[in-house]
Unconditional design. Structure first.
Lengths: 163, 366
């Protein structure tokens, strides 16, 4: 028998999950399927979270008050992705941004398109571009991307709290 | 021996969710939040009163990395708090909180745990805790491993299948008085022996249910405990021990780690333990027999009045629930002394013993 050490041992592992989104996130995903963003407001601090997780991460109380958010928002911060990686579905370079939807108190991540990457900036106003109505579903793939809305940039003070 | 506790610390509040086979609608945070709110309400405290927060859960159960961080939304982590997490049953989170309280700079701690076993193939998830090179690739699930242990007991001539059935019959009967239990019923051991084998020699009744649930406890030290609760359940000692990872190297018929933990927690003496109530975390019926022998529980010790893990077995939860149930017997005045036990790993690999009493220990070490 060879004295060479065994250096590779394949032990395949697979586990299947049956995901439960939860009450708040189910509401959010159903909103997405209707082409709109639904947030939830904390009854204690008044902040609006999107996507909502059912509890205020600051106060630890249920967020029961539902809020319909706008289709537009502010780029609070961003990065330009220049690195290729396996499974990449978007042509590089592209912009990944934190977007503060109008009416929300927390930014979420979105793809920015329809703008040269060197023109993106903090405070830029953007709007969501959705897939065709017949293709809408309870998935984030329903939002194709965000693009500049053409509105004037937001003043730094209006979003500095969310950086 | 473990260092003796220097500061009296007590369980002053306990809350748990109803145990269920599948939480259909709520996510982890939504399942946990009402339990955390309940444990605070019982003593009129809020998260801002907590000196420390420690949780126990397992990301593999929901298949989401950092689900334990997301769960903090149920508490509210602002302003920033002193917080920790163990990828273990909440009983070990309580152990960490108890150690923190011994250091003396804080007086209160919140401990919580949650687990939704229904989202995964639980048997496969638990197999991933085994030796990844030589054992896990064979996918021996927890029932198969427990069956090996049960067969070893039978082969040793110590117990028979009827003894396993007697444990299950008593657990189900007791669980009828536990509004949070999942498996209840009034069947004799003889009737239960008519169940089919799942993996011989374990029949259906000898297995725990698959459970979704959450639980929380508040610990408080010294005068603070006495001011929060009429009858605090004082922790007079606590210890946990682990046995080798190699199943073949263990004597599966005897729990030496439980024996040692009981001695080190100061509640067992020479393999004998005398308390009013013992809540034993025995997911499989035969494991209760092994634990009883390891601790040397005296006749007359009331075992698992809650119904135990055969009635509800939330993974990452059932151990803390044992401490909560044992403490509740002290807090409601029905017991003066209690033992709570939690286990982790295959075939009772790791074991924790928590000694509880209505009075802090006389030498001040409670």
């Amino acid at each position: 028998m060879s004295q060479d050490p065994v250096t590779v041992l394949a032990t395949p592992i697979r586990i299947d999950y049956e995901f439960t989104a939860g009450l708040a996130q189910s509401r959010y995903l159903k909103g997405i399927a209707e082409g709109r963003f639904l947030g939830q407001r904390c009854p204690k601090c008044g902040k609006v979270y999107v996507p909502p997780r059912g509890s205020c991460p600051t106060d630890g109380v249920p967020t029961t008050d539902e809020v319909v958010l706008g289709n537009t928002g502010i780029v609070t911060t961003y990065c330009v992705v220049n690195v290729p990686f396996q499974g990449q579905s978007i042509e590089i370079p592209y912009i990944c941004a934190q977007i503060l939807l109008d009416g929300a108190n927390i930014a979420f991540m979105g793809l920015i398109q329809e703008i040269p990457t060197d023109e993106i900036r903090m405070g830029m106003r953007v709007e969501a571009v959705w897939v065709d109505k017949k293709d809408l579903g309870p998935t984030m793939a329903s939002v194709k991307y965000f693009r500049p809305s053409g509105e004037p940039d937001a003043a730094y003070e209006t979003f500095s709290e969310y950086l | 021996m473990s260092p003796r506790p220097v500061r009296p610390v007590a369980v002053v509040s306990f809350a748990q969710s109803k145990s269920m086979r599948r939480e259909e609608h709520r996510n982890d945070v939504e399942m946990l939040q009402p339990v955390v709110a309940d444990v605070f309400d019982k003593v009129g405290l809020t998260k801002d009163d907590m000196g420390f927060v420690c949780s126990g859960s397992c990301d593999y159960l929901v298949g989401a990395p950092f689900s334990f961080v997301g769960a903090l939304d149920a508490v509210g982590a602002w302003p920033p708090m002193r917080e920790s997490h163990v990828e273990m049953d909440g009983a070990w989170a309580l152990y960490e909180a108890w150690i923190q309280l011994q250091e003396g700079d804080i007086d209160t701690a919140l401990v919580y745990c949650f687990g939704r076993s229904s989202m995964s193939e639980l048997g496969r998830v638990l197999t991933l805790q085994l030796d990844p090179y030589y054992v896990a690739p064979l996918w021996p699930d927890p029932v198969a491993l427990a069956a090996l242990q049960a067969q070893a007991l039978i082969d040793a001539g110590t117990y028979r299948e009827a003894d396993f059935a007697a444990v299950a019959a008593r657990s189900r009967r007791d669980a009828k008085n536990n509004p949070n239990a999942q498996v209840t019923g009034d069947h004799s051991a003889e009737e239960l022996l008519g169940d089919d084998y799942v993996v011989a020699p374990l029949r259906r009744h000898a297995l725990p249910p698959i459970t979704d649930g959450a639980a929380a406890i508040i610990l408080a030290a010294g005068d603070r405990a006495a001011s929060l609760c009429e009858k605090p359940a004082w922790i007079t000692g606590m210890d946990h021990r682990i046995e080798t990872h190699s199943l073949g190297a263990r004597d599966l018929t005897f729990s030496s780690s439980t024996r040692t933990a009981g001695e080190a927690a100061g509640i067992s003496d020479g393999g004998r333990t005398s308390v009013d109530v013992a809540e034993l975390h025995a997911p499989f019926a035969h494991q209760e027999l092994i634990l009883r022998d390891a601790l040397g529980l005296a006749d007359g010790v009331r075992i698992n009045p809650s119904g135990g893990a055969l009635a509800a077995n939330g993974i990452m939860v059932a151990g803390l629930v044992r401490i909560g149930e044992a403490a509740s017997r002290i807090m409601d005045g029905s017991a003066a002394t209690a033992l709570a036990h939690a286990t982790s790993g295959p075939c009772l690999q790791q074991n924790l013993v928590c000694a509880l009493a209505a009075e802090p220990a006389a030498d001040g070490r409670a």
